[in-house]
Design a protein around this ligand. Structure first.
Ligand SMILES: [Zn+2]
Length: 315
């Protein structure tokens, strides 16, 4: 059932409409609770579009096994998504910095307050993000330290590779996830892939995880796929690699591989002189879990992140 969560008038006969698809158990089956999957807060992040599609597709295929309500919101920032822009167009504001909104505030405050209202009462809210257009990420849950005890048990069920506690910029207090947690609604952020791209493998991994979590919450009686055991990390576990000078970055390493101290991750090249300005090297051994995809790198730009002391599992 497609529902309008909120509708606000725009300047000229247009409306900002946020929709969700609500899937309920078949007639005669108990409804044991509700889970919400939201995405599209950042209009340049598309990985969640496949997650929504695939989750709905799999549930519909075995709907008789559903024991709870699933609310799927593919576009929290529909104007941004339609134009491929990260922020809310015109306002140029980051939607995920505007929560929890205000019922008697500006149009966007009201829109956000309606989103928050519609999520209240859920067993859990999963907010799917897709990094940005600069760096590629492996599937991970991000949780603020404040809600670590509440959220880690949920994140462990989601088939992610990592649970990152206090990842800067993503779990701040005006985010959707933190605002919902403050209201007592368990909510977390998932990050994966790259802006403006969709990685099917990551999407399927995460949908397996969402269905596993639904199984744990007794909302799904379909097949329960075993999930990964994620490592819980904090900033101290990470080696951040940044550009020491501006240039065009050409990667030589693959993301999600194991590197050793001194491994050349890529080269910063000078297209005018036809020279390598410098090589970007790993500062420690570990798992390269973030790697720059956007070639333009100004001084200080993030090139990659290495998870220190993570050893390759021998299989
Ligand atoms: Zn995002």
């Amino acid at each position: 059932m497609i529902e309008n969560v909120t509708k606000a008038a725009l300047y000229v006969n247009e409306n900002l409409v946020i929709r969700r698809n609500r899937i309920c158990p078949e007639h005669g089956y108990e409804d044991r609770g509700r889970i919400c999957v939201v995405t599209g807060a950042h209009g340049d992040e598309l990985e969640g579009q496949f997650v929504c599609y695939e989750l709905i597709r799999r549930i519909k295929a075995e709907k008789e096994k559903l024991r709870g309500t699933v609310d799927i919101y593919p576009a929290l920032n529909p104007l941004g998504m339609d134009t491929g822009v990260r922020t809310v167009p015109i306002l140029d504001m980051d939607l995920n910095h505007m929560f929890p909104g205000q019922k008697d505030g500006t149009m966007m405050d009201k829109v956000i307050a309606s989103i928050v209202d519609s999520l209240k009462g859920a067993e859990v809210v999963i907010d799917v993000h897709a990094s940005d257009t600069f760096v590629k990420e492996i599937p991970q849950a991000r949780i603020s330290e404040e809600f670590e005890d509440m959220m880690v048990p949920y994140a462990k069920q989601l088939n992610v590779d990592l649970i990152w506690i206090n990842a800067a910029t993503t779990v701040h207090e005006s985010s959707l996830a933190s605002s919902m947690c403050k209201l007592g609604v368990p909510a977390l952020i998932m990050e994966m892939g790259l802006g403006n791209r969709i990685n099917r493998e990551y999407g399927e991994q995460v949908v397996d995880g969402i269905l596993h979590l639904m199984h744990k919450l007794c909302l799904w009686e379909g097949e329960d796929i075993p999930v990964k055991e994620p490592r819980i990390i904090r900033n101290d576990d990470i080696s951040f690699i940044r550009a020491s000078e501006s240039g065009i970055f050409m990667p030589l390493a693959e993301n999600d591989t194991f590197v050793t101290k001194g491994t050349v991750l890529g080269e910063m090249i000078d297209p005018l002189l036809g020279e390598v300005i410098y090589q970007v090297k790993a500062k420690c051994d570990g798992r390269l879990f973030t790697l720059r995809e956007h070639p333009l790198a100004y001084e200080g730009a993030l090139i990659g992140r290495i998870l220190k002391e993570e050893k390759e599992k021998s299989s």
